[in-house]
Design a protein around this ligand. Structure first.
Ligand SMILES: [Zn+2]
Length: 348
């Protein structure tokens, strides 16, 4: 099995991680059925710890021994990592050239030498972990009660903090077989990377330029203040965070959790767990079943002071089309205003 590689598209400059560890044959790509698998044979259920690599972290309130039952959340290395730990003594850092460039980029290389290598790549170093959100076989975050959700979110933060020497730490969660989840049992994934992905770098630059233009204001802080004032895309608000359907939502029923006091990084911030539970429950109520969804947190890259974390939640209602894939411009058939109106009626 080949180690993951970072390649840069010569035309767009966009990074791709080639991680062929999973190496599916073409016939194995057929879409999985939406029938629930249940707990039978599930490697993430309590009592099945031997089916995963040894744990890196766990909540064990009764001081039970590692890799056995008695935990509330449990973190293990991803068996099919998109990035792998750097060998001892290696020289870290793909990103000496910055967020939008890399030494594997032929455009950059052509400035230095007469013959750029069009097919240079870099090893995909970092860490890729799985945080199992609950010992019980919950197929949806909506099955966790408030205390369980708080424990899960605390574990996400703890594992992100453990990688604060990385250029960027990405937290994601896929729920449902149409969302990219290969295991039904609710789990999040942490990707600690040696580069800042372009989408995150772009947000960082927009936060910085808004701050410069306004003598210190936070871009998302100002957006949130205005969303609360207008109210038509506001779904719910509590003491910690607000839940909105973003103005330029790319997908129907897209939601965003924003801390009310600007906090650069999710992992060093607080709040959001209760609202996340309410948001998933509202989708379940609205669609009559637990939603297939993708969720991610955008947090401050290492060294970025002026950022404002947010958690984005996208129910998977329809697959992406060629237009979106070709242009990066989404066509959203449900306005965020009408999505917010429906969600306000469903949210408890
Ligand atoms: Zn399970």
């Amino acid at each position: 099995m080949a180690d993951p590689e970072i390649r840069i598209d010569q035309l767009t400059g966009t990074r791709v991680l080639i991680a062929s560890g999973r190496a599916l044959r073409p016939d194995q790509f057929s879409r999985s059925s939406r029938q629930p698998n249940g707990a039978k044979g599930c490697p993430f259920c309590e009592g099945q710890e031997g089916q995963t690599p040894p744990e890196i972290d766990a909540d064990r309130p009764g001081d039970s021994a590692p890799d056995g039952p008695g935990w509330q959340t449990r973190t293990v290395p991803n068996l099919y990592p998109a990035v792998v730990p750097e060998p001892e003594g290696g020289c870290a850092g793909d990103d000496t050239a910055g967020a939008f460039a890399s030494s594997a980029d032929p455009l950059l290389a052509s400035a230095r030498s007469t013959e750029p290598d069009m097919f240079a790549s870099r090893p995909g170093y970092g860490a890729h972990e799985v945080v199992v959100n609950s010992p019980k076989h919950a197929a949806s975050l909506g099955e966790l009660d408030q205390a369980e959700m708080a424990l899960a979110v605390a574990a996400w933060r703890r594992r992100m903090k453990a990688h604060d020497d990385s250029a960027y730490v990405q937290l994601i969660l896929n729920q449902g077989s149409d969302s990219g989840a290969s295991i039904e049992h609710s789990h999040a994934q942490i990707g600690a990377m040696q580069f800042v992905p372009a989408a995150v770098a772009r947000e960082r630059e927009r936060f910085n330029s808004y701050r410069e233009r306004t003598a210190g204001a936070s871009l998302l802080g100002e957006v949130l203040r205005e969303e609360i004032r207008r109210g038509d895309r506001l779904v719910a608000i509590d003491d910690e965070v607000a839940l909105i359907c973003p103005w330029a939502s790319r997908f129907p029923f897209e939601m965003r959790i924003i801390p009310r006091r600007p906090q650069p990084s999710f992992e060093n911030g607080d709040g959001g767990a209760t609202m996340l539970g309410r948001a998933v429950a509202a989708l379940t109520d609205l669609f009559g079943e637990p939603p297939q969804l993708n969720l991610w947190v955008k947090t401050a890259p290492r060294g970025a002071e002026h950022f404002h974390w947010h958690l984005d939640l996208i129910p998977r209602l329809e697959p992406a089309s060629a237009f979106e894939m070709a242009t990066g411009v989404n066509i959203n058939i449900t306005s965020p205003e009408s999505a917010a109106e429906s969600l306000r009626e469903s949210i408890a």
